[in-house]
Design a protein around this ligand. Structure first.
Ligand code: FES
Length: 61
Protein backbone atom coordinates (compact mmCIF):
# COMPACT_ATOMS: atom_id res chain seq x y z
CA UNK A 1 0.00 0.00 0.00
CA UNK A 2 1.48 3.33 -1.02
CA UNK A 3 1.55 6.25 1.39
CA UNK A 4 -0.82 8.31 -0.70
CA UNK A 5 -3.45 5.60 -0.98
CA UNK A 6 -6.81 6.49 0.50
CA UNK A 7 -7.66 4.08 3.30
CA UNK A 8 -11.00 5.42 4.42
CA UNK A 9 -13.13 6.49 1.47
CA UNK A 10 -16.03 7.76 3.56
CA UNK A 11 -13.90 10.46 5.19
CA UNK A 12 -11.02 10.66 2.71
CA UNK A 13 -8.32 9.60 5.13
CA UNK A 14 -5.01 8.64 3.54
CA UNK A 15 -2.49 6.14 4.77
CA UNK A 16 0.04 8.91 5.31
CA UNK A 17 -2.28 10.62 7.79
CA UNK A 18 -2.91 7.41 9.70
CA UNK A 19 0.80 6.62 9.92
CA UNK A 20 1.43 10.10 11.29
CA UNK A 21 -1.28 9.70 13.95
CA UNK A 22 0.07 6.28 14.96
CA UNK A 23 3.62 7.63 15.28
CA UNK A 24 2.73 10.85 17.03
CA UNK A 25 0.13 9.58 19.47
CA UNK A 26 1.28 5.96 19.79
CA UNK A 27 -2.22 4.73 19.02
CA UNK A 28 -2.67 0.99 19.12
CA UNK A 29 -6.34 0.58 18.27
CA UNK A 30 -8.79 1.89 15.70
CA UNK A 31 -10.77 3.51 18.54
CA UNK A 32 -7.74 5.51 19.62
CA UNK A 33 -7.17 6.66 16.06
CA UNK A 34 -10.77 7.88 15.93
CA UNK A 35 -9.90 10.51 18.55
CA UNK A 36 -7.73 12.18 15.93
CA UNK A 37 -9.59 11.57 12.66
CA UNK A 38 -12.86 10.09 11.48
CA UNK A 39 -11.43 7.01 9.77
CA UNK A 40 -13.75 3.98 10.01
CA UNK A 41 -16.61 5.96 11.54
CA UNK A 42 -18.74 5.58 8.42
CA UNK A 43 -19.38 2.28 6.65
CA UNK A 44 -16.57 0.60 8.58
CA UNK A 45 -15.20 -1.31 5.60
CA UNK A 46 -11.76 0.25 6.05
CA UNK A 47 -11.38 -1.03 9.61
CA UNK A 48 -9.29 -4.09 8.77
CA UNK A 49 -6.99 -1.96 6.60
CA UNK A 50 -6.47 0.44 9.49
CA UNK A 51 -5.73 -2.45 11.84
CA UNK A 52 -3.15 -3.70 9.35
CA UNK A 53 -1.49 -0.28 9.18
CA UNK A 54 -1.34 -0.12 12.99
CA UNK A 55 0.24 -3.58 13.07
CA UNK A 56 2.79 -2.64 10.41
CA UNK A 57 3.74 0.58 12.15
CA UNK A 58 4.02 -0.97 15.62
CA UNK A 59 6.12 -3.73 14.13
CA UNK A 60 8.58 -1.14 12.83
CA UNK A 61 9.18 0.56 16.17
S1 FES B 1 -14.34 3.60 4.10
FE1 FES B 1 -13.83 4.14 6.11
S2 FES B 1 -15.71 4.28 7.13
FE2 FES B 1 -16.25 3.81 5.09
Amino acid sequence: MAKKDPVCFCFEVYKEELVEIIKKHKTKTVEEIQKYCQASMGCGSCRSDIEQIIEDELGKS
